[in-house]
Design a protein around this ligand. Structure first.
Ligand code: ZN
Ligand code: ZN
Length: 612
């Protein structure tokens, strides 16, 4: 990405910061966060305000513009990229380095006492707001909401907000009608003594109403809000987006669902507060703007119950998730079989190969699109965890270097996310050792037995032990939840050394990734990622009737045995691998043959030969 010239933009922004037509009072600093009004992980182009003002296009970062300075905070993944993309108007604040001040500390040090800091309250979570306001107050400064977004005013060619068609997802995929979901939600409202809940997360709205859209790349969601009371449900959406089929599907539910324009939400809340008695539930992840519409004494701030409803999959969703992973594996077996030959010929690059993989997935039933941007990476590029191939860095896939491919698909019956690391030539001893230790972590998670509702971060060490034993480690988490034809990263649980504050503990029916890795900076990267389902475990005892759980692996793509040093595996691990490979052969082999991919089938058989 070329460096962006930002001088004129900063001049325009600074003049708006003093213009009381746009700000409630003159401000001395304006914060530009990365997010959208729904606190989405992936955002639409029209919401890429931080990238617009700073030039830095990475996924994480916060920009702050004062009367005289502009600063950008981002983490270690992006130091280099940020410095390259930003001009010298911008100071780079390296998050994760102990000497780097936080945004709040920096503001309180840089600005005078009595200064005023502004931010668009729709773009930040209420908890974030509370913490920053408190810290600034300690320094004699004030945080104020600036509801008219100042970047939108100076952004002349800002892309339009997407208004893509919203379609129904049939009960044969969702397993539960909207009426049933509303009924469960209303039970939660009664438990919490809430008269109404406001839903702001896009995937929660899509889940609740059995609808899907495509406003945000890779995420089958649409811009919307929802509100549910004891007898009514409201969907706030751009009305032109709702297809006839979507409207019909809501009507057919036989429950009263009212559809209102997206912009109506604030008026609606105001009116409801006047007529409704009782408390209003807002998610702890909703924006400050939405949260503060409800007076504090009437507000319940707590994780949305839909987050948990969505995380625990029903029988139909479980079947769909398992079935789409088998079809996804067909595409991946075809892919790796093809790539092995291409690597010898040296005819493909990271990008061209990734494009071919998408073509293969498109042939599979129910495929809608990729679930995230494919990480197709060779050699040193694979050591960058969040690498995305770009024309400037695109590398040839050869027999000389390790190839790492992390990709996934959105299918109407589920979402996939799988990583395989392969060497098409002769791996070094050290590469084999690292790969085998990563695999030991994968198996350790896949086979562990744990009490019901243990929090995911208790399991994280299991995935790292074989690496820690020899002084190695990896910098990312071990597992994230996945949606059912929804976002590929889904809370509220996860497996990481970090604890997830909202983690309700692991429950039967949840799906998570199991993805340890190892990255040798500048040389190679290894990651093996499977999706696992939380299932009941058979144990000889059952202490205090807690119920014990384990995982069932549902990704069925061969794990390259060439990269394994069998002397590092225990008998139990060898047995696991062999039986895993038999399952791959049985489940995926049949479908490969049915679809007429004889050569890929032969490859699958070869790659699943037992070891040891
Ligand atoms: Zn992945
Ligand atoms: Zn993943």
């Amino acid at each position: 990405m070329p460096q962006k010239r930002t001088s004129h933009l900063l001049t325009n922004l600074r003049s708006l910061m003093k213009n009381t037509t746009y700000v409630p009072q003159a401000i001395n600093a304006y914060i530009i966060p990365s997010g959208d009004a729904h606190q989405s992980e992936y955002i639409a182009e029209c919401d890429e305000r931080r990238a617009f003002i700073s030039g830095f296009t990475g996924s994480a970062g916060t920009a702050v513009v004062t009367d005289s300075t502009a600063a950008l905070w981002t983490d270690g993944r992006y130091y280099l990229q940020a410095r390259q993309e930003m001009d010298d108007n911008w100071i780079l604040m390296k998050q994760g380095i102990p000497s780097t001040l936080t945004e709040a500390k920096w503001l309180s040090k840089t600005l005078n006492v009595g200064s005023v800091v502004g931010v668009d309250p729709y773009l930040v979570e209420s908890e974030w707001w509370r913490d920053l306001a408190k810290e600034l107050q300690g320094a004699g400064q004030t945080l104020i909401p600036v509801s008219k977004n100042l970047i939108d005013i100076i952004w002349e060619d800002r892309p339009k907000r997407p208004i893509k068609p919203v379609v129904p997802l049939e009960v044969k995929y969702t397993g539960r009608s909207v009426a049933e979901k509303l009924q469960e939600l209303r039970c939660k409202l009664i438990e919490e003594n809430a008269a109404m809940i406001i839903i702001t997360a896009l995937d929660e709205v899509a889940y609740l109403f059995n609808l899907r859209g495509s406003d945000i790349a890779y995420n089958p969601v649409f811009f919307s809000y929802a509100a549910v009371t004891s007898n009514e449900a409201y969907l706030f959406v751009n009305l032109s987006q709702l297809t006839g089929a979507a409207k019909d599907s809501l009507k057919a539910e036989g429950v009263n669902i009212k559809i209102l324009p997206y912009e109506e939400l604030s008026h609606f809340i105001e009116n409801e507060l006047a007529t409704l008695s009782g408390k209003v539930w807002v998610s702890n992840h909703s924006s400050q703007a939405i949260a503060q519409m409800v007076p504090k004494e009437r507000r319940i701030v707590k994780l949305s119950p839909i987050a948990l409803m969505k995380a625990v999959k029903n029988e139909t969703e479980i079947k769909g998730m398992e079935a789409c992973h088998i079809r996804d594996a067909v595409a991946l077996c075809q892919y790796f079989h093809w790539l092995e030959k291409e690597a010898i010929a040296g005819t493909q690059t990271e990008i061209s190969a990734a494009n071919y993989l998408q073509k293969l997935r498109e042939d599979q039933e129910n495929f809608v699109g990729p679930s995230f941007s494919t990480i197709s990476s060779v050699g040193p590029n694979a050591s960058i965890v969040h690498y995305e191939p770009a024309p400037e860095t695109d590398r040839k896939i050869t027999t000389e270097e390790i190839y790492l491919c992390d990709s996934g698909g959105q299918y109407k019956d589920g979402t996939t996310d799988v990583t395989r690391t392969m060497h098409f030539g002769i791996p070094s001893k050290f590469e084999q050792e690292c790969y085998t230790r990563v695999l030991k972590g994968v198996i350790s998670i896949a086979t562990c037995i744990f009490p019901s509702e243990v929090k995911g971060n208790c399991l994280d060490t299991l995935a790292r032990k074989a690496l820690w034993d020899v002084g190695l480690d990896y910098g990312h988490g071990t597992g994230h939840g996945l949606g059912m034809y929804l976002n590929v990263h889904e809370g509220p649980m996860g497996v990481s050394w970090r604890s997830y504050p909202d983690d309700p503990g692991l429950k039967e029916g949840m799906f998570l990734s199991d993805e340890p890795g190892y990255y040798e900076d500048g040389k190679f990267g290894i990651r093996i990622e499977n999706v696992v389902r939380v299932v009941k475990a058979e144990t000889p005892y059952n202490h205090r009737d807690r119920g014990f759980l384990t995982f069932k692996t549902i990704t069925y793509v061969p794990i390259q045995t060439k990269l394994i040093d069998p002397s590092l595996l225990t008998k139990k691990e060898v047995d696991w691998l062999n039986s895993y490979h038999m399952e791959c052969r049985n489940k995926v082999g049949e479908l490969l043959l049915q679809q007429g991919h004889q050569e890929a089938y032969n490859w699958l058989v070869r790659e699943t030969q037992p070891i040891g």
